[in-house]
Design a binder for this molecule. Structure first.
Ligand code: TPP
Ligand code: MG
Length: 664
């Protein structure tokens, strides 16, 4: 471990502080006080422990640094700049500006070295738990071949992170799983936006984390001896994640110290002058980096490069050895999916009528056999969501060989944990629960989309037809609230074949999340026309039963409503219509198709009906003038599904009657 002259350390810390202050000032917006206070801790993490190589920010055996309090982003950008990442002083000067690599809160796909998108408090620390677990799971698979996966996850969380429920869920799970490669600082500055934390927060956070099973230490966050010693103990500690509670002073060194005013507004020229004077820091130039500070970080980057080289060596040995383990390594690290996955899954799609969750269970087993990267679990609903990967254990404290994860009843943390795995290396993770509880994890789903992560969310019990559990459990607005998240693909298959396509969709969509909506109740498998090309299903919407001749009516339906549409077609055809039925398992994907394909499925000038047992409003834009939407714009009700179908007017007869009345 490197030791540094204390004067040089002081200079480096002032550099970090003042880069952050200058960045916020130039943007005339942002959060200066927290980066100022966290400079000491960040310096110790980055220069004494963090293993990184700025020339290859995503090198798989790097350590991670997760800034859960994303509002302190200038701290991270300052560290990345000094550490030699591809982030220039000019980039720092563009903080928060249009098109810059330094957005207001860290976004993983925007900036080299940013490990995960943070800003909504609590998400980062929960992502970090998923990242730490995925490193453990890689280690369990490959470390008998050499020191391939030894990464640690360092991070900083603020009062807000600690107040948010998601961090409690994630912290509890991390403690339960004994993730000792997770080391977080809690920035205990006792200040939030509204004032002092005692306005709303009085528990003993340390005792809480101890109760979760964490190794908890208390230090001064500005005393380098204490920071260093606590980090050493945390890194040495085994069997438990670490929380280092660091008492800090927001805006330290400035006239706004210890005040919520230091949180979210630029210091202002006068206070910057006073701060720089007190530090003996030159007022000009701004964004000043002394040469000796640059040299310190340049030297430090060499450590990471060496570690990286040693790791490459270990990988080369594994590859030279070849055989099954090398193949597994390649498949996992590339997140390999067979090119013919769709056909493989369609081939084994059950032919018996069943709930799509049951089909999903069968298909997922085959997918898991073909894709070793696939891992995941449910929030205590395995018997219902049917996603447990057979023949593999669940991970547990000290044993991370399995492919299953018992998330417990912690949907929000499950979402963020899955995102942490997706943003890390090797795995294609899924989390499953009832569709209604997507509400409990929505912020994580949204962040998966914003961050372009291959997170898979498997939601079952997808409509009012789940029946007797009643309206608290029955999704009605959820199809659309999920479709409306940009970048999330929402897939609601109608039968076994579409469920195979849905899993293919999720496993091959590498740059964004997919949510599957599967039924609790049995659905009919729908026959496809002779010569049907299974790949058509991946276009999001397609003709599943066509009219003879030019259609006079198009009925578009999703999931459980497709068989109703097919039944209605029969009756309406007998009545002189020529009905085309379009199944639309993934409206998001259909909207990405070219105009010619879309027009070939939904011809203009032909009347349209949509059937979907959920809120109707957005579908009116699809059916257009003179169109009909048969949906349900209210909560559901507790009753057997057949009764619900009848009472809500979703039997084929009722649907036919409504369409006939509409057509006049
Ligand atoms: C989920 C969520 N709610 C609210 C906010 C808005 N917000 C940003 S920072 C903050 C609290 C600031 O206090 P703290 O977390 O202690 O950070 P500090 O000011 O100490 O850096 C809030 C409420 C947010 N970013 N995320
Ligand atoms: Mg605070």
């Amino acid at each position: 471990m490197r030791a540094y002259d204390s004067k040089l350390v002081e200079k480096a810390i002032s550099t970090i502080r003042m880069l952050s202050v200058d960045g916020v000032e130039k943007a005339n917006s942002g959060h200066p006080g927290t980066p100022m206070a966290l400079a000491d801790i960040a310096f110790e993490i980055w220069t004494k422990h963090l293993r990184y190589d700025p020339t290859d920010p995503r090198w798989p055996n790097r350590d991670r640094f997760v800034l859960s309090c994303g509002h302190a982003s200038m701290l991270l950008y300052s560290m990345l700049h000094l550490s030699g990442y591809d982030l220039s002083l000019d980039d720092l000067k563009q903080f928060r500006q249009w098109g810059s690599k330094t957005p207001g809160h860290p976004e993983v796909h925007m900036t080299p070295g940013v490990e995960t998108t943070t800003g909504p408090l609590g998400q980062g620390i929960a992502n970090a738990v998923g990242i730490a677990a995925s490193i453990k799971m890689l280690a369990a698979r490959f470390n008998d071949q050499g020191p391939l996966f030894t990464g640690r996850v360092f991070g900083i969380a603020s009062d807000g992170d600690m107040m948010e429920g998601i961090s409690g869920e994630a912290g509890s799970l991390a403690g339960h799983l004994g993730l000792d490669n997770l080391i977080f600082f809690y920035d205990d500055n006792r200040i939030t936006i509204d004032g002092k934390t005692d306005l709303a927060f009085s528990e003993d956070v340390g005792k809480r984390y101890e109760a979760y099973g964490w190794f908890v230490q208390h230090i001064s966050g500005h005393d380098h001896g204490q920071i260093e010693a606590s980090l050493d103990r945390a890194v040495e500690n085994t069997g438990r994640p670490s929380l280092i509670i660091a008492r800090t002073h927001i805006g330290i060194g400035s006239p706004k110290v210890d005040s919520s005013k230091a949180h979210g507004e630029p210091l202002g020229a006068k206070d910057i002058q006073a701060t720089k004077a007190a530090l003996g820091w030159p007022e000009e130039p701004t964004f000043y980096v002394p040469d000796e500070v640059r040299a310190l970080f340049a030297e430090r980057a060499e450590d990471g490069k060496q570690a990286h080289e040693a790791w490459k060596q270990a990988v080369a040995e594994l590859e030279k050895k070849g055989g099954e383990i090398a193949e597994l390594y390649r498949k996992i690290m590339r997140r390999e999916v067979p090119a013919d996955l769709l056909e493989e899954l369609c081939k084994i799609a059950p032919t018996k009528d069943a709930a799509t969750r049951a089909h999903g269970g069968v298909i997922e087993q085959r997918a898991a056999a073909l894709v070793p990267s696939l891992v995941g679990g449910s929030a205590d609903l395995n018997p219902s969501t049917k996603t447990y990967i057979e023949g593999s254990p669940a991970i547990s404290r000290g044993n991370y060989t399995g492919r299953n994860i018992h998330f417990g009843i912690r949907e929000h943390a499950m979402g963020a944990f899955v995102n942490g795995m997706a943003v890390s290396d090797g795995f294609i993770p899924f989390g499953s629960t009832f569709l209604i509880f997507s509400d409990y994890m929505r912020p994580a789903i949204r962040l998966a989309a914003l961050s372009h992560l291959q997170s898979i969310f498997v939601f079952t019990h997808d409509s009012v037809y789940l029946g007797e559990d009643g309206p608290t459990h029955q999704p009605v607005e959820h199809f659309w609230t999920l479709r409306l998240i940009p970048g999330l693909d929402f897939v609601r298959p109608c039968d076994a074949l579409e469920t195979a396509a849905a899993w293919t969709h999720a496993l091959t969509r590498t740059k964004g999340p997919t949510a599957l909506a599967l039924t609790r109740q049995k659905l009919a498998n729908i026959p496809r026309a002779e010569g049907f090309d299974n790949a058509t299903m991946l276009r999001g919407a397609y003709v599943i039963a066509d009219a003879e001749g030019a259609p006079t009516l198009v009925i578009l339906a999703t999931g459980s409503e497709v068989e109703i549409a097919v039944a209605a077609k029969k009756a309406l055809d007998a009545d002189g219509q020529r009905v085309r039925v379009v199944s639309a398992p993934c409206w998001d994907a259909f909207e990405r198709q070219d105009a010619a394909y879309r027009a070939s499925v939904l011809p203009t000038g032909v009347r349209r009906v949509v059937i979907e047992i959920g809120v109707t409003a957005p579908w009116y834009g699809v059916v257009g003038e003179g169109g009909l939407v048969i949906g349900h714009d209210d909560f559901g009700v507790s009753a057997p599904d057949k009764v619900i179908q009848k009472e809500l007017g979703f039997t084929p007869e009722a649907v036919v009657a409504r369409i006939k009345a509409h057509l006049g």
